[in-house]
Design a binder for this molecule. Structure first.
Ligand code: NAD
Length: 278
């Protein structure tokens, strides 16, 4: 039995919790929900069949609870800032961590601190493939990559609110045709688009790192999907992958595939038996 505490009861967290609750995630069982917006955790709890799931609106309440002490794994599905604030405490308490706000791991010093605790404790940090495909192949050719480029095309409303636009003359609502709004390193992209481009961090961790991975972000008012194109070259050959994801109806920034990926990642952790894919 894999006992789970959840941080963040929004789009991803809610669907993941419902999947666990309905028995679709192997032996996982949900112990606690934590969200700084109390109503979010309460609303989610109403969707669950299990009636003894604890809810918390302060991290200190969660961490001093018996549910946290009993938990095997903590799932973060909140924000990059939350992931940075809470992850260390989770791993220091010898819990596995499944992280969705992967942009937090783009901070190489932060990542190395987490990993040193994880190595000492023999625990794990799980990073689902999220909204992209091809992570298995990128991992396999990690040592022979020359270049990796991610081109993400989203509707302007799926980019709204990104800190990038605070300092740029580009006005999202004035974009009338396909427009390249950002070009740079994955490190820069995850800082400037913390809620929009987690996939860049996932790709970097799997491949040639956050400084070497190149990212292009295109705003297209006519696109209805979240499109991610990965181009990779190296001694292995070339790779070209495109996913055109249906956005979640509750949060256009988040693709439906990201939710499914989190569910499958947890299921694969929980279930014994065959493991397909690298
Ligand atoms: N890895 C990927 O491929 C991928 C894909 C999509 C989204 N994401 C990331 O996953 C995270 C969750 O996405 P979502 O679509 O569910 O977002 P969401 O906005 O729908 O939900 C986030 C929830 O977290 C809560 N929250 C915010 N700050 C918190 C804090 N400090 N402590 C506890 N709860 C807090 C919010 O109240 C909200 O209920 C985001 O960081 C998002 O960028 C990752």
């Amino acid at each position: 039995m894999m006992k789970v505490c959840l941080i963040g009861c929004g789009t991803i967290g809610s669907e993941l919790a419902v999947a666990i609750d309905s028995g679709k995630v192997g032996s996982a069982t949900l112990l606690a929900l934590f969200d700084t917006v109390e109503h979010a955790a309460q609303k989610l709890k109403l969707r669950l069949r299990k009636d003894n799931v604890a809810i918390f609106s302060h991290f200190s309440e969660l961490t001093s609870s018996s549910e946290f002490k009993d938990a095997d794994i903590v799932i973060e599905a909140a924000t990059q800032a939350a992931a940075k604030t809470f992850s260390k405490h989770v791993v220091e308490n010898k819990k596995d961590l499944l992280i969705m706000s992967v942009g937090a791991l783009a901070d190489e010093f932060f990542l190395s601190q987490l990993l040193s605790v994880v190595y000492t404790n023999g625990t794990h940090i799980y990073v689902p493939s999220g909204a992209i495909a091809g992570i298995d192949a990128i991992k396999s050719v990690k040592g022979m990559l020359d270049s990796v480029t991610l081109t993400t095309t989203k509707n302007p409303r799926a980019l709204a609110g990104a800190p990038f636009f605070n300092s740029e003359p580009t006005r999202l609502n004035s974009i009338k045709k396909k427009t390249l709004v950002f070009q740079g390193t994955a490190a820069d992209a995850v800082n400037k688009f913390p809620a929009n481009i987690n996939v860049a961090a996932v790709l970097s961790l799997a491949g040639i790192g956050i400084q070497q991975t190149k990212v292009r972000i295109i705003a297209d008012p006519n696109i209805t999907v979240n499109q991610h194109q990965i181009e990779a070259t190296g001694a292995f050959g070339e790779m070209s992958l495109t996913v055109r994801n249906v956005p979640s109806p509750n949060n256009p920034k988040t693709s439906f595939l990201a939710i499914l990926s989190a569910i499958e990642c947890l299921r694969s952790i929980c279930e014994p038996g065959i493991r397909v894919g690298t």
